[in-house]
Design a protein around this ligand. Structure first.
Ligand code: FES
Ligand SMILES: [Fe+2]
Length: 446
């Protein structure tokens, strides 16, 4: 089958056509996905004061997210309406007015024209009103402390796009979280290869065997196709962990402590200082002989106490249901591991217009007492080799990416065959992608 005829091949829970990684689909994503979908641009905290801006790049587009005088946030294409110079070349900063470096046209923070040198020279020309010469806005809204943008002026609202997601995740109160760490890596792989490595639990046995040392952690991806009012929009799946009854550990305290300690020191997220302190308390204060469930409940109470003791706000509305569903894929490109102490947020996107290069970010959110929020340090790794020693667990994940990228380019690889129980999010992801690029659900029968 040639590439063109494969393009409309359907996705099944156990089948993803390899054409989804092709040049043709890359072009269609640039044309029909990225310009139409809501995507996270930055955290609200990254533009705290009026005049603060952040330059969000997606494909060949560059979008300025700007904090306004009245505290609201707006977004504009980062391009001067005069001769098309990019207005800001840097990733972030602060300014009083947006001034173009080429001929000094200047714009207010709300994008309206402020001053144009020798403006009288245009006298008598058509379409030279302030409105004609202002910056072109991009839709912009906030949810969960993230600033979201959408380039499509006719796109549904962010609330409609997210559909049932806020109802399921608002209890984490991420709007009160702040960035704990922010890492950007440049991978020579297609952006989908990168995000797909972080949406399923099936790889743990092969990639992170050390995490299963204390029992046969059996993970299930639950197929939950959350469809919002806008067809093919807000979308997620979730991951539940079911530990086998006959798990190979005797003392649940030791199991929990080892898991927490390893996650804290190897992943650097999900369990933070308070969670680790609570684990140390659990070892001393919780008696032996309790079930895993009872021990976990005691630990959870101590973790809450430690967070509150540190002066941070605890998300009181979290339920067991929230804590069981630890992984969410927010289409198109956020994969979120949830935690009562914050979140582990992955984001992948194409690097410029390159099909096989992507920008991958690991943004860890934490809870802090007011005034104790850490300064954001932006780490960047252009070469994966430079990340060595930074994160024991992620390095294991990353080691797969380059190899998968090579594999999907092989003539011998016809389609991905995801596990229809544990890798449902991979298939779901492609299903929604097909919705954007082909305009229908294209969910193959059978
Ligand atoms: S291109 Fe911006 S002022 Fe000329
Ligand atoms: Fe992993």
């Amino acid at each position: 089958m040639n590439e063109a005829s494969r393009m409309h091949e359907g996705v099944r829970l156990d089948y993803v056509p390899v054409a989804d990684y092709s040049d043709a689909i890359h072009r269609l994503e640039m044309e029909r996905l990225w310009p139409r979908v809501w995507q996270v641009a930055c955290r609200e905290q990254e533009v705290p004061e009026p005049g603060d801006y952040l330059n969000y790049e997606i494909g060949e587009e560059s979008i300025l997210v700007v904090r306004q005088q009245d505290g609201s946030i707006r977004a504009f294409y980062n391009v001067c309406p005069h001769r098309g110079r990019r207005l800001r070349d840097d990733a972030r900063g602060s300014l009083k007015a947006i001034v173009c470096g080429y001929h000094a046209w200047s714009f207010r923070l709300d994008g309206t024209v402020d001053a144009i040198p020798a403006r009288e020279d245009w006298e008598g020309c058509p379409a030279v009103s302030d409105a004609d010469l202002s910056l072109t806005p991009v839709q912009c809204d906030s949810w969960a402390g993230w600033v979201w943008i959408n380039m499509d002026p006719d796109a549904p609202s962010l609330r409609d796009y997210l559909g049932p997601i806020p109802e399921r995740l608002d209890a984490f109160e991420w709007e009160h979280c702040r960035i704990r760490s922010h890492q950007t890596l440049i991978f020579p792989v297609n952006w989908k290869v990168a995000i797909e490595a972080f949406v399923e639990p099936y790889h743990v046995v092969g990639t992170h065997p050390q995490l299963l040392r204390w029992g046969h952690g059996k993970a299930r991806g639950t197929l939950e196709y959350l469809k919002s009012g806008f067809i093919h929009a807000g979308h997620s799946g979730e991951r539940n962990y079911h530990f086998d009854e006959d798990a190979e550990f005797n003392d649940p305290r030791e199991y929990l402590y080892t898991t927490i300690h390893n996650t804290y020191h190897q992943l650097h997220g999900l369990y933070h200082d308070e969670g680790l302190r609570a684990a140390e308390r659990m070892m001393k204060e919780v008696p032996a002989g309790l079930s895993l469930q009872e021990t976990s409940a005691r630990y959870a109470a101590m973790r809450r106490e430690e967070v509150i003791k540190a002066g941070a706000r605890w998300p009181e509305d979290l339920t067991g249901e929230h804590l069981r569903n630890i992984e969410w894929l927010l289409f198109p490109n956020s994969s979120v591991l949830t935690s009562p102490e914050g979140a582990f947020w992955y984001r992948a996107r194409p690097n410029g217009n390159h099909i096989d290069s992507c920008i991958f970010e690991v943004i860890v959110l934490g809870r802090y007492a007011p005034g104790k929020e850490p300064l954001v340090v932006y780490e960047r790794y252009d070469d994966l080799a430079d990340f060595k020693g930074c994160n024991g667990i992620l390095e294991q994940d990353f080691s797969n990416l380059l190899a998968v990228q090579k594999g999907i380019r092989s003539r011998g690889f016809k389609a991905a065959r995801p596990n229809p129980v544990q890798e449902t999010q991979v298939a779901n992801f492609h299903r929604v992608l097909h919705g954007f690029i082909h305009g229908d659900d294209n969910w193959a029968e059978g």
